[in-house]
Write a protein that binds this ligand. Structure first.
Ligand code: PLP
Length: 405
């Protein structure tokens, strides 16, 4: 089965982890800081804080912004559940925004209509690796005095113009899960330019203590105050060594992902009923996911049946995502349900994520396209018609008779 996403691990990654295993530090040690500094530099942020997962990064962001009971946080419903869960961990209420039908990114003007006196933040999600309209989102946030958070779990390596994702919002969160742009097994990051936010997140990942074990070792101090209730959300030195080694390959991998996406764009152009998502101008897409929409009227097959057919053909397609406001937990706890975000609800019936990952070959891409062509009735009809047209002129000389002769 060709998976929809897959990590790439080479000998250099393995060496980096093994070296750490032989060192004095397994968990919080020198690799954490080295990794954080490298990430901050890569995304042009002042601070990066490594945490144990992308989910922990979102939780930490909500904590740093003081989201609490009665507070509302606006976020797109077409995302992984963790984006909303981060708000709920803090006792806040997620307010689900709809998405733009062509890009499936949060629509800044629709999000603005959801702002109330209780809104603390907007969380934008760079769905599939495409950066949101941060200029418009920053303007909305500024106008209403709310914070802007980017859930860039899909978008390490993306940029708007020359500015990388990671420095475009007050706080940006990344995931280092195995299928994400780079991995540390499990892991996450928060980047920010604000020292007070970075400090709060550093404490939050270590039970709320003002200093960590490594810092106390360096200064010879034993005393540390716990000033907040935090968690154990630390990322280990082992994981940071892997993350740092992977970061060195991000540029090359993003370029390869973009090549694969371009090949899909080209090869899928004539396929009836299959339409890739639109790409905004002047952005650098990280291409974490390659998502198409299936129009059942044109294709002659719906997404569900196409999904099953591709799986049978060994193509590991996926669906990202069922809108969060339709998840049973959110329906029950917050009374959400169908009709709240009609664009996302309609899209979620049609979207399909095709395989894309750096080690995928051009032949793999062609195999996915061939499997689509074989599974889509309208494509088969079109192909058969083309064969008839191209076959006809060749057939004539064989009979030795010119048409009309
Ligand atoms: C993967 C992901 C997360 C959660 O990250 P983990 O590292 O798996 O905890 C959050 N939001 C989005 C959009 C994601 O894709």
């Amino acid at each position: 089965m060709l998976p929809y996403g897959r990590q790439s691990i080479d000998e250099e990654d393995i060496r980096a982890v093994v070296e750490t295993l032989r060192s004095d530090w397994l968990t919080t040690g020198p690799m954490v800081e080295r990794f954080e500094r490298a990430v901050a530099q890569r995304v042009q942020a002042v601070f990066a804080v490594a945490v144990s997962s992308g989910t922990a990064a979102l939780h930490a962001a909500m904590f740093a912004l003081d989201v609490g009971p009665q507070d509302e946080v606006i976020l797109p419903t077409l995302t992984f559940a963790a984006t909303a869960n981060g708000v709920v961990y803090q006792g806040g209420r997620p307010v689900f925004a709809d998405v733009d039908p062509s890009t499936l990114l949060i629509d800044p003007s629709q999000a603005e209509t959801l702002i109330t006196p209780r809104t603390r933040a907007i969380v934008a999600v760079d769905y599939a690796g495409q950066p949101c309209d941060y200029e418009a989102l920053r303007a909305v946030a500024r106008r209403h005095g709310v914070a802007l958070v980017a859930d860039a779990s899909h978008a390490l390596g993306a940029a708007v113009g020359r500015r990388p994702v990671g420095c475009l919002a007050d706080l940006t969160t990344f995931s280092l899960h195995a299928v994400k742009p780079i991995t540390s097994g499990e892991g996450g990051l928060v980047t920010t330019d604000e020292e007070s936010l970075a400090r709060r997140i550093r404490q939050f990942r270590n039970h709320g203590f003002a200093t960590d074990h490594y810092q106390r070792g360096a200064t010879g101090a034993w005393y540390s105050e716990m000033t907040d209730l935090g968690y154990n959300y630390r990322l280990t030195d082992l994981q940071c060594a892997l993350g740092l080694s992977q970061l060195g390959k991000l540029e090359r991998w993003t370029a390869r992902r973009r090549q694969i996406a371009a090949r899909y764009d080209h090869r899928l152009a004539g396929l009836p009923g299959i339409r890739p998502l639109a790409v905004r101008p002047e952005i650098r897409h990280a291409r974490h996911l390659y998502v198409v929409r299936v129009d059942p009227e044109v294709a002659g097959i719906d997404r569900g049946r196409l999904f099953a057919a591709l799986r049978r053909a060994g193509i590991g397609v996926a669906v990202h995502y069922l809108p969060v406001h339709l998840q049973p937990f959110y329906r029950q706890r917050f009374g959400t349900g169908p009709g709240l975000c009609p664009v996302a609800e309609a899209a979620s019936e049609q979207i399909l994520s095709l395989p894309i990952f750096p080690a995928m070959t051009d032949r793999d891409v062609d195999a996915v396209v061939a499997a689509l062509e074989a599974a889509i009735p309208a494509a088969k009809r079109k192909l058969a018609a083309r064969r008839r047209v191209t076959a006809a002129p060749c057939a004539r000389p064989a009979y030795g008779i010119q048409p009309g002769a």
